[in-house]
Ligand binder design. Structure first.
Ligand SMILES: *[C@@H]1O[C@H](CO)[C@@H](O)[C@H](O)[C@H]1NC(C)=O
Ligand SMILES: *[C@@H]1O[C@H](CO)[C@@H](O)[C@H](O)[C@H]1NC(C)=O
Ligand SMILES: *[C@@H]1O[C@H](CO)[C@@H](O)[C@H](O)[C@H]1NC(C)=O
Length: 213
């Protein structure tokens, strides 16, 4: 028997609306001076105490600067191949960080699932290098749970500019099935630590519900 999964994702619509916005292509503010700090030590690549965090539950808005106990840190540019980042599915940046003169660039985001370094792509993000030796990221909700953006502890920098004082706390729910919307003939379940819908009859995973097109 077939399962019919209706994808609830509204992102393509938002992208379309954005693409149709006329004229103003130059940002009206510099994200280097208008960002939210994200100091969540569980994002560290060496944090393995739990793997419950899910960034698709966060209402991302605008630009973020990653910190680790107040110190500047970056996203990993390489695959992790192991546990860490307080999540089952680590998100890393498949591409290098930009230089100051590059301005705002777009980078691919890979999802690590099990031993697969780029099991699937999360939506790409924008990144900018800032004067003062730090970066800002325009994070967006990844499709599916549990995925979270990683902070690479080998990049902790002590000579970066101090932060502006906006503080962000992301909301973390303890029920990983809370965000998974399954149909009547499906059931929420886990595959390699990632939650999605399984067919009730054969427990076959429904690929779209795991964020795989
Ligand atoms: C992770 O790395 C940071 C920076 O090197 C270190 O201070 C911290 O103790 C490490 N944490 C764990 C759990 O190994
Ligand atoms: C700062 O960024 C937020 C989020 O993107 C935006 O809504 C706001 O208008 C910006 N503020 C200024 C002064 O540019
Ligand atoms: C990073 O992206 C490139 C281009 O899509 C791809 O060829 C490469 O396999 C990715 N890296 C990894 C480790 O998956």
């Amino acid at each position: 028997m077939m399962c019919h999964h209706i994808t609830l994702c509204v992102l393509p619509l938002m992208v379309l609306t954005h693409a149709m916005t006329p004229v103003l292509t130059i940002p009206v503010f510099d994200p280097c001076h208008n960002y939210t700090t994200l100091d969540e030590p569980w994002r560290a690549t060496n944090y393995t105490d739990d793997f419950s965090h899910c960034d698709s539950r966060v209402s991302w808005h605008g630009w973020y600067r990653l910190l680790y106990h107040g110190q500047t840190i970056r996203m990993p540019e390489e695959c992790l191949r192991r546990s860490g980042c307080g999540t089952a599915g680590q998100l890393w940046m498949n591409g290098t960080h930009p230089q100051l003169q590059d301005g705002i660039v777009t980078r691919r985001i890979c999802k690590v699932v099990g031993f697969d370094c780029c099991f699937d792509r999360a939506p790409p993000i924008k990144v900018k290098a800032c004067p003062g030796n730090y970066y800002v990221y325009q994070f967006v909700a990844p499709n599916g749970c549990n995925y979270a953006y990683c902070a690479d502890v080998t990049t902790i920098s002590t000579n970066a500019s101090p932060t502006s004082a906006i503080v962000h706390t992301s909301t973390v729910s303890t029920n990983p099935c809370g965000d998974v919307h399954c149909t009547e003939d499906e059931v929420c379940g886990e595959v390699y630590g990632i939650y999605g819908c399984l067919c009730k009859s054969h427990h076959q995973p429904i690929p779209e519900s795991f964020g795989k097109p």
